[in-house]
Design a protein around this ligand. Structure first.
Ligand code: FE2
Ligand code: FE2
Length: 348
């Protein structure tokens, strides 16, 4: 396999952006970054994504009960609340980008929650071997939430030198966790210290990671006292823009609007992958249903929404005739209506 140069892939050149102030609501006030057009990102040939795991946790009732004991949705802190670790699964995807010259680069987006479960998922998808033999270029952490970060020791066990990209808003406990630490209060630990490069991507800015690939950090307060989530945009030649996200706490409308208003992608949006945090606890409220209706305006050609999108939200997308990519409902995933554990989607 021809590999894109690592140096080229993550040179972390900031090419635009201003400070954003975003709340989780779609109409939150924020300062637009200077508008760019898609040529500022460059182009890639294709993006393939394998869902290693999209199951954040097994039992929503247990998760909510833990959160209520920790102070409720507004006041519970991820790092001081006691979580039932056995209830944890985790979100993690394997992304492969093909450049215009045919070079391929693989990276992980997030690293799940329960280390034992993540090891099973890595073995089932071959990620363990890919990490061991250096095929995976880096780990891109979208945000600090437990179901995206706390499985880190499984990744580091196979490659402690792996480069990690985090949003600049990581809290001190989050940074300490990456360095290797025990957290008895929440009941988690990272037993394998990270020995590789740690890159902080500036929140509120767009960072070009490679030709056709950029990361945008949205500055938002998120549940469990976490701040900031970064998401990816891929500009696929002759197809358009692919939006790729961990939980999309910034909201799918804000995420899509950024593409239109700041990346010049009006009429050029092609795909969507990841957790959309629309009905994460299983109930679709009227406001959330409205967001799904608004999604229709962007003209997505392929929608691969999983994880915290919530099954009722995916059902609503199917009802509205959106091009939802279906999976097998296997390997722990709840339904075949969306791309689940072990399923893949190709954009390009
Ligand atoms: Fe999540
Ligand atoms: Fe999250």
């Amino acid at each position: 396999m021809k590999s894109m140069s690592r140096r080229d892939f993550v040179k972390v050149a900031v090419i635009g952006g201003a400070v954003l102030y975003l709340d989780s609501a779609t109409n939150a006030p924020y300062v637009h970054a200077a508008p760019k057009d898609l040529s500022a990102i460059g182009e890639c040939k294709s993006v393939s994504i394998k869902c290693v795991s999209e199951v954040g946790w097994w039992d929503t009732g247990v998760l909510i009960s833990d959160m209520m004991k920790g102070g409720g949705p507004k006041d519970s802190d991820q790092w001081t609340t006691k979580w039932n670790q056995e209830n944890g699964a985790g979100s993690c995807s394997l992304v492969e980008v093909e450049s215009l010259d045919g070079g391929k680069t693989k990276f992980l987006m997030d690293t799940g929650w329960n280390p034992k479960y993540m090891d099973e998922r890595f073995k089932a998808t071959g990620v363990d071997k890919m990490l061991k033999n250096g095929e995976i270029a880096f780990l891109y952490l979208t945000h600090e939430h437990l179901d995206h970060l706390w499985g880190l020791q499984t990744t580091l066990k196979y490659n402690p030198e792996l480069k990690i990209l985090i949003p600049s808003t990581f809290t001190p406990p989050g940074a300490k966790f990456i360095g290797g630490a025990d957290f008895p209060d929440p009941g988690t630990k990272n037993a394998v210290a990270h020995k590789g490069e740690l890159v902080k991507l500036q929140i509120g800015e767009m960072t070009r990671l490679a030709d056709g690939v950029c990361s945008v950090g949205f500055d938002i307060p998120i549940i469990l006292k976490i701040r900031g989530e970064q998401s990816l945009y891929f500009n696929v030649k002759d197809k358009g823009l692919v939006l790729c996200t961990g939980c999309c706490h910034q909201n799918v409308i804000t995420f899509s609007d950024y593409a239109v208003n700041n990346l010049g992608a009006k009429g050029k949006i092609y795909g969507l992958y990841g957790g959309l945090h629309i009905a994460p606890f299983g109930k679709l409220e009227q406001q959330q249903a409205g967001w799904i209706e608004q999604m229709g305006a962007y003209g997505f050609k392929k929608v691969a929404a999983n994880h915290c999108t919530g099954l009722p939200a995916v059902r609503k997308m199917v009802e509205l005739g959106y091009p939802v990519v279906q999976g097998r409902g296997a390997e722990g995933s709840e339904s075949d209506l969306y791309i689940g554990n072990g399923d893949s989607v190709v954009f390009g």
